[in-house]
Design a protein around this ligand. Structure first.
Ligand SMILES: C[S@@+](CC[C@H](N)C(=O)[O-])C[C@H]1O[C@@H](n2cnc3c(N)ncnc32)[C@H](O)[C@@H]1O
Length: 353
């Protein structure tokens, strides 16, 4: 798969052994098998405004599997079966895999694909926030949709010494980090953090996506999309202007230094003011806006993609410079703790650099 470098041999072998096209048959028939092997998420249900199911981007899948420290004799719970592709990979890396999927039709599709591929992973239809008590305790729980709470059931069903890996929405802006947790005395503490973004866990198909979206499409294809809670509080006029700004001329402003570190996007996303934070869709680039809609800036690996006037670019560059000044904190410098009051979880986070 182009652009995908996987350090862990077992995980690389699993990716080589499982044909992704088996799990996205409609996409493969429509776009061809080569398109299946782009290092991109493939949306399989819903649309970009309201995504309901997808096969996640292979890079983030591989990084999550690497951080999960799987061993052959482990019992694993996945939350969010989606296409079943990750469950198939898990089934080659652990002894027993069960995946909970909220959507019945999606679960049926995942089951069929796993059967076609001869993979021994069970898919159950249900509410993943409740875990799956029948097969607990789990050595590993991996969640493949984002959440702003950590249900107590996941802690109860996790074995002592087990790991929970979950994409967390960390503030009102929707900024996310994928966190590997180990149990602490009264909750969880983080052991590893990866930059990344996932569609939200939901409670039913009628639930509206929690993240406001602004986009323009042509010929049925999205040409520019932005999401973020900041958009929900813009005036109608500012929204119209922002869309026009986003569709206008793009300038590339070089970063003061080159960095391919995923921690830069994570840091910028988590330290931008929620009222100015956006994400580009697709692509999930961190961006900043001016509240009047006349300025937009998106962070790329070596430059800022700048639209309209310079204010958003300046906001973004201040965060980039702050990251540099603080000694370029790594993903592992972000520490999180989860505690509980009854069933309610609360999450605290801190950059230790
Ligand atoms: C990004 S997709 C998962 C990708 C999947 N692991 C794969 O390899 O294809 C997220 C999935 O989570 C499911 N989901 C959303 N809310 C859920 C919930 N509360 N419980 C269980 N599954 C849920 C969605 O229906 C969707 O299929």
């Amino acid at each position: 798969m182009r652009e995908l470098s996987i350090e862990d041999g077992r995980i690389r072998d699993a990716f080589l052994a499982v044909p992704r096209e088996l799990f996205v048959p409609e996409f493969a028939a429509r776009e061809g098998v080569a398109a299946v092997y782009r290092n991109e998420a493939i949306l399989t249900r819903g649309d970009l405004r309201r995504p309901l199911s997808s096969s996640s981007q292979p890079t983030i899948m591989a990084r999550m599997l690497e951080r999960l420290e799987l061993e052959e004799d482990m019992n694993v719970l996945e939350v969010g079966a989606g296409t079943g592709y990750n469950a198939a990979l898990l089934s080659l890396l652990a002894r027993r895999v069960v995946s909970v999927e909220l959507d019945h039709r999606t679960a049926v599709g995942a089951r069929a694909a796993l059967r076609r591929g001869g993979h021994r992973a069970r898919v159950v239809t249900g509410e993943g926030r409740l875990g799956f008590a029948a097969r607990a305790p789990y050595d590993r729980i991996i969640v493949t949709a984002s959440t702003d709470v950590v249900p107590r059931a996941w802690r109860t069903q996790l074995a002592e010494g087990g790991l929970l890996e979950v994409p967390l929405r960390l503030d009102a802006s929707g900024a996310q980090a994928v966190v590997v947790f180990e149990k602490s005395a009264d909750g969880f503490r983080s052991r590893a953090v990866i930059a990344g973004g996932f569609m939200p866990l939901r409670t039913g198909d009628d639930e509206v996506s929690p993240t406001p979206f602004l986009g323009a499409s042509a010929d049925g294809r999205l040409i520019r999309g932005l999401s973020g809670s900041s958009l929900g509080t813009l005036t109608a006029q500012a929204k119209r202007r922002l869309l026009a700004t986003a569709l206008g001329e793009e300038r590339r402003v070089p970063l003061p230094f080159r960095s391919r570190s995923p921690a830069l996007g994570l840091f910028v996303g988590l330290t931008l003011s929620p009222s100015r934070h956006v994400m580009s869709v697709p692509g999930f680039r961190v961006g900043a806006i001016a509240r009047d809609g006349r300025s937009l800036a998106l962070l790329a690996p070596s430059s800022v993609h700048s639209f309209g006037d310079d204010r958003a670019t300046e906001i973004l560059l201040r965060r980039v410079e702050d990251w540099d000044r603080r000694g370029r904190p790594a993903e592992s410098d972000l520490h999180l703790r989860v505690s509980y009051a009854g069933e309610r979880s609360s999450i605290r986070r801190q950059w230790r650099r």
